[in-house]
Design a protein around this ligand. Structure first.
Ligand code: URA
Length: 274
């Protein structure tokens, strides 16, 4: 018996007579009274130290059973972070932005490519557009930790010398990078994918589309329902109630597809006040 186990046994042995005494007194009284609870708290904590604390259980997110995906995702992450498929991006990037969130996520948001802040910190959607995305996720009653967020292109697009800002990823860059995201999706197995912006839709589907044709309509990505909506950066530029409502209606369709409860309050977000 280890020293710790022996100490625990000693505490148990010492507590036994007290518990037996309490059992007798409880038998006399129909239910645990204030007095019996007081007696319990009067036990000498030095003579009878409390049993060792049981560590708190980790917060369980959806589907906690590991079917081997955690090790496979770790291995995949190693390969993604070491990717050198696009020499121009390898030369300019700070790091590859793998993605973030729950390996068992039911919901996957896909953007186009990391911006400056994402490239520096190695996490997608943490700049202004990312903060708006986090708000949308919250309005859906999810947290960033419960879902997964990634981009079609995992490196920040390089900028021509002397230019600042961000440029759109090129179709060829997205086509080169897409197999990584497809492998992630194959392991995470989300029930729904949301494509943020037309570039993400085109990157996923590999062909040009128009936002008017695809927004708010269910598409398919390798058997997973795909909902195209506006990129949060678009909403930052077009802050009207009508545009916010369009994105929100797309998110309501997503929540319905996931079978999530939707409150009356949620249904009414971004509607014109009568
Ligand atoms: N925009 C994107 O599409 N992805 C990010 O990670 C950040 C901004």
């Amino acid at each position: 018996m280890s020293q710790e186990q022996a100490g625990f046994q000693e505490a148990l042995d010492a507590a036994l007579p007290i518990l037996q005494g309490m059992k007798k007194s409880l038998r006399k009284q129909p239910s645990a009274t204030h007095a019996s609870l007081e007696r319990l708290s009067a036990v000498d904590p030095v003579k009878y130290p409390p049993a060792p604390a049981i560590p708190a259980a980790p917060r369980i997110l959806s589907t906690p059973t590991d079917d081997g995906r955690l090790a496979k995702l770790e291995e995949l992450k190693g390969r993604i972070l070491a990717c050198t498929r696009c020499p121009n991006l390898v030369a300019s990037r700070t790091q590859v932005v793998y993605g973030v969130g729950n390996p068992f996520a039911e919901l996957l948001f896909v953007g186009e490519a990391p911006g400056e802040e994402e490239d520096l910190r190695g996490e997608p959607f943490i700049g202004k557009a990312g903060q708006l995305l986090t708000k949308i996720i919250g309005a859906m009653e999810f947290s960033r930790e419960e879902i997964f967020i990634a981009n079609v292109l995992k490196c920040r697009p390089d900028m021509p010398a002397g230019e600042s800002g961000n440029r759109k990823p090129k179709p060829a860059e997205m086509a080169t990078c897409l197999p990584w995201l497809t492998e992630q999706i194959g392991l995470i197995k989300p029930k729904v994918i949301v494509a943020l912006g037309l570039t993400a839709v085109e990157g996923l589907l590999g062909e040009p589309r128009t936002m008017r044709d695809v927004r708010g309509k269910w598409l398919d990505y390798h058997g997973v329902p795909l909902m195209p909506t506006y990129h949060p950066a678009y909403l930052l530029r077009n802050q009207t109630l009508a545009e916010k409502r369009k994105v929100w209606e797309d998110m309501l369709l997503v929540l319905e597809k996931l079978g999530r409860p939707i409150s009356a309050k949620q249904r009414g977000y971004f509607l014109e006040k009568a």
